[in-house]
Design a protein around this ligand. Structure first.
Ligand code: BYC
Length: 312
């Protein structure tokens, strides 16, 4: 009886658009769903630093290098806000990281593709961060307070990332034939994986219905994917690039683009760990964590020293 009242009260609070805070009562399944989604999101931000990190030393100018560095550092910050938000749900960061490092936790499929040329820095910013914004702006209104507040700053930074990526593509598309071809090639390789980032079709999405009821998600995977396509096609046209989808066609009745079939076998293959870079990404991530052990040890030693009064 008491449980039913608690759940009813919880849902009513959500329906009134009030935020759920860390110390509020929440159903165990709500807590678990949030830990799953927020930790996957945090892992994606951190693993997402790797494909771009590869290009810092090869950026074509000092200005491009500074911009890329700033963007990648932003992603690290996003990961940290998100791990902190996740910890408010009563899970330890070490446990979350252990799940990532042992390959148990998921992170976004998109980061298992290689960044082969400088144009990929443009395509990632434009498409991957563009898709991220489309998915994440509604998360600023997600029902869990600490997650929604973390998302506000993240989205501001993502919109700078999207613009810097589009500006790289614009510059390349106005350059030599080789540069324009490089931009087109990057679009060809990143388009479909970006479309897949939104997750499976609604009919195959295990969590959407419940997450929408709890207002963790505000829109379904397919709704956000469609919005992203409708927003991005004119941007490609503006810089003279062609979206690699022969079935892409404006549908006057729906006032939206129809698009071709998504290769879901490829998507699930990548999600299950068999994409082109899954193994490399995990290996690099684990190495970065191990290389950082001395920083964590030093922080603990300093905290202990401070506690014992040996440091002012
Ligand atoms: N990749 O029931 P569904 C960034 C999984 S960071 C891998 O629809 P849900 C950026 C899903 O986890 C981008 N797995 O799930 C960073 C579930 O498996 P489990 C990350 C995926 O949670 C650096 C199963 O498929 N953004 O943008 O309702 C540089 C069924 O799916 C994917 C976020 O994390 C995928 N793409 O909806 C630049 C945003 N899609 O957990 C950019 C927050 C689905 O049952 N997350 N799966 O084992 C979300 O909005 C939602 O979690 C999703 C999926 C829309 C991604």
């Amino acid at each position: 009886m008491l449980r039913i009242d608690l759940e009813g009260h919880f849902q009513e609070k959500i329906d009134r658009e009030e935020r759920i805070e860390a110390k509020d009562w929440m159903p165990e399944a709500y807590r678990k769903t949030l830990i799953r989604q927020i930790s996957q999101h945090a892992h994606s931000e951190i693993v997402g630093m790797l494909p771009e990190g590869n290009w810092i030393s090869r950026a074509p100018s000092l200005k491009r290098k500074a911009i890329l560095l700033a963007k990648i550092q932003d992603e690290a910050g996003h990961g940290l806000y998100l791990y902190s938000a996740c910890e408010t749900l009563g899970i330890d960061r070490d446990e979350l990281l252990n799940e990532l490092h042992t390959g148990k936790a998921k992170y976004s499929s998109i980061f298992n593709y290689p960044a082969l040329t400088w144009a990929d820095m443009g395509a990632i910013g434009w498409l991957v961060d563009g898709a991220a914004i489309m998915n994440q702006i509604p998360l600023c209104r997600t029902s869990y307070g600490p997650y929604s507040r973390a998302m506000i700053r993240i989205c501001k930074e993502e919109s700078f990332h999207q613009r810097q990526g589009y500006e790289i593509m614009l510059t390349l598309s106005r350059g030599s034939t080789v540069q324009k071809n490089m931009a087109q090639d990057a679009l060809n390789r990143w388009w479909w994986p970006s479309i897949m980032m939104f997750g499976p079709n609604d009919s195959d999405s295990t969590h959407s219905a419940q997450s929408i009821k709890w207002k963790i998600k505000r829109f379904s995977n397919d709704e956000l994917r469609q919005r992203f396509i409708d927003m991005t096609v004119p941007q490609a046209e503006l810089i003279g690039l062609k979206i690699p989808d022969p079935d892409l066609k404006w549908n006057e009745e729906r006032k939206s683009y129809d698009f071709g079939k998504i290769n879901w076998d490829e998507f699930w293959n990548v999600v299950k760990g068999n994409g082109p870079c899954n193994k490399q990404r995990l290996r690099d991530r684990v190495k970065a964590h191990e290389d950082g052990a001395w920083v964590r040890d030093a922080a603990v030693a300093y905290a202990e020293k401070k506690r014992s009064g040996r440091v002012n």
